[in-house]
Design a protein around this ligand. Structure first.
Ligand SMILES: NC(=O)c1ccc[n+]([C@@H]2O[C@H](COP(=O)([O-])OP(=O)(O)OC[C@H]3O[C@@H](n4cnc5c(N)ncnc54)[C@H](OP(=O)(O)O)[C@@H]3O)[C@@H](O)[C@H]2O)c1
Length: 353
């Protein structure tokens, strides 16, 4: 049941680049200001060695502050794995290097462990709302753009700015397209995964190709009512990524937790339902990126290593229904057919390049 690449002594997976990705990462979406710094601080103290960041989240300065403190306090840079992502407005090849440099500056780092193409889409430069507000501003990504974007990503590895590159929210079809020209095979595909959106075929496909899969939204709770919709950061923003209007998404967390299957397993093992769900994610060979701002939850979400689900329990969770995508923005529904198929270039797109 354990994925071949799982290293149980270090609780990490080995990527196709040879680098190790810790199996549990702290998600940082919708984590604001001092609360964000404090959450990262707590996570590093508890033992997290993997931070899932994004320039778009507007909080890389706050993440960087906690990380820098830890590094000054003796944590070695090579012992922490930091991911960031290239947003859809800045994936024109000429903007890729600037984008990663902005992340590095805000995070106070000299390299990233992983940099991901956030979505297989392009939006107009300067329109950084999510999703784009103006009709017609959302552009589908033509395949030649993806190729050029990927080549620019490959250059980041050559320049030592990032150790590994990957993608996020890519379907099987989109990865096949990417593999047809990639010199560097993506190390990771980060996608929404939880018991109510298992994406079995995608996970199997990626694993067969040597692409590690990371689970975002692993608890099925995409929206937090603790926070405002506007994420603030004093960070540098040469990418012209203004404050983001977050989508309101439905949540399957409560139904997932209330499911007698998960609740019964948790009660029998004396674990929380969230721990059971995260452990299930690990046992299918995916790293998991739960986000919490509460110290107690940050701690328990990490305590999923020295025990396991039986084959029987694991299979029960594998058969939960219905299947329901949460991060269902206006653009995710084009992912199956693939925006790569829809080559409808516009003047904005050309200008964006
Ligand atoms: N690549 C992408 O497109 C993409 C998309 C979405 C997310 N992500 C990444 O994945 C990370 C996780 O996804 P997510 O933040 O959307 O959702 P999530 O981790 O599934 O859920 C986060 C929510 O769950 C709550 N929570 C955390 N631990 C809990 C526990 N033990 N018991 C009860 N509630 C708990 C948190 O509230 P409290 O803070 O109050 O605990 C928060 O509201 C993100 O932060 C981001 O880094 C990536």
């Amino acid at each position: 049941m354990r994925a071949k690449s799982f290293n149980s002594s270090e609780n990490c997976f080995v990527l196709n680049t040879g680098h190790k990705i810790p199996a549990v990462g702290l998600g940082t979406w919708q984590a604001d200001g001092d609360i964000c710094t404090e959450a990262v601080r707590t996570a590093l103290e508890v033992g997290y060695r993997h931070l899932d960041c994004d320039h778009l989240y507007g909080n890389e300065v706050e993440v960087g502050q906690a990380l820098s403190e830890a590094l000054r306090g003796g944590l070695k840079r090579e012992d922490v794995f930091v991911t960031s992502k290239l947003w859809c407005t800045t994936n024109a090849p000429k903007r890729v290097e600037t984008s990663v440099k902005v992340c590095l500056k805000n995070l106070e780092l000299s390299y990233l462990d992983l940099y991901l193409v956030h979505w297989p889409l392009t939006f107009s430069f300067g329109d950084a709302t999510d999703p784009p507000r103006k009709p017609g501003m959302e552009l589908r990504q033509p395949s030649h753009r993806l190729k050029a974007t990927w080549q620019a990503m490959e250059c980041l590895v050559e320049k030592g700015l990032v150790n590994s590159i990957g993608v996020s929210n890519f379907s099987i079809q989109q990865i096949e397209e990417l593999l047809s020209f990639a010199k560097i095979i993506p190390a990771v595909n980060q996608v929404e995964l939880h018991p109510f959106w298992r994406q079995d075929d995608l996970v199997k496909f990626c694993q067969a190709k040597g692409i590690h899969v990371s689970a975002h939204t692993p608890l099925g709770v995409p929206a937090s009512n603790l926070l405002s919709n506007e994420c603030g950061s004093s960070g540098e923003d040469e990418c012209e990524t203004p404050r983001i209007a977050f989508r309101r998404c439905r949540s399957v967390h409560v139904p997932m937790i209330k499911t007698s299957v998960v609740a019964n397993i948790a009660a029998r093992l004396n674990k929380t339902p969230e721990q059971v769900i995260l452990r299930w994610g690990l046992q299918r060979g995916t790293s998991v990126l739960p986000r919490s701002l509460r110290p107690e939850r940050i701690k328990t979400n990490f305590d999923i290593f020295n025990w396991s689900l039986s084959e029987e329990d694991w299979k029960k969770i594998n058969s939960l229904e219905p299947q329901l995508r949460l991060i269902d923005s206006g653009y995710s529904n084009i992912s199956e057919a693939g925006p790569l198929q829809a080559v409808q270039e516009t003047d904005d797109d050309i200008e964006g390049i």
